[in-house]
Write a protein that binds this ligand. Structure first.
Ligand code: HEC
Length: 127
């Protein structure tokens, strides 16, 4: 059986092969990530908070963190094969509750496309 880390690693390789994230500015994304920090952590000593750790999330299958209690909505989406590629992340971050009815991510959304591109570029720097 392939474990989730292997799946994430495989998804990341695919991500790295796609240069799309070069469009976002990771430095600006770090500032935008402040809006996420109440609930999410990234980096070496990141821990799950209200939301799951987001290391390696770009290009990863949804709901892959074994230590986080996801909503049924997210579990169903994960079972259906949802992957956090650039398009799905952008749709989710624009309006989480529209993209995924029933998600427990209580976040209104990022309004600007550039903010989403930047925060995605920032997240892509965490493996
Ligand atoms: C108020 C808390 C909160 C804020 C603010 C928040 N999130 Fe979340 N996020 C959550 C929760 C809770 C979940 C789990 C959702 C579920 O299980 O339905 C989640 C899930 C996610 C997921 C899916 C993770 C996975 O393992 O599949 C991503 C990606 C994500 N958030 C990104 C972000 C980003 C980027 C921001 C900032 C722009 C942000 N979130 C802001 C609480 C938050």
């Amino acid at each position: 059986m392939i474990n989730w880390k292997a799946k994430v690693a495989a998804a990341m390789l695919v991500t790295l092969a796609v240069p799309a994230f070069a469009e976002g500015d990771a430095a600006k994304g770090e500032k935008i990530f402040k809006k996420c920090k109440a609930c999410h952590a990234v980096g070496d000593d990141a821990k799950n908070k209200v939301g799951p750790i987001l290391n390696g999330i770009v290009g990863a299958p949804a709901g892959a963190n074994p230590d986080f209690k996801y909503s049924d909505a997210l579990k169903e989406a994960a079972a259906g094969g949802l992957v956090w590629d650039e398009a799905n992340l952008a749709a989710f971050l624009t309006k989480p509750k529209d993209f995924m009815k029933g998600t427990k991510m209580s976040f209104a959304g990022l309004r600007k496309e550039s903010e989403i591109a930047d925060v995605t570029a920032y997240l892509a720097t965490f493996q």
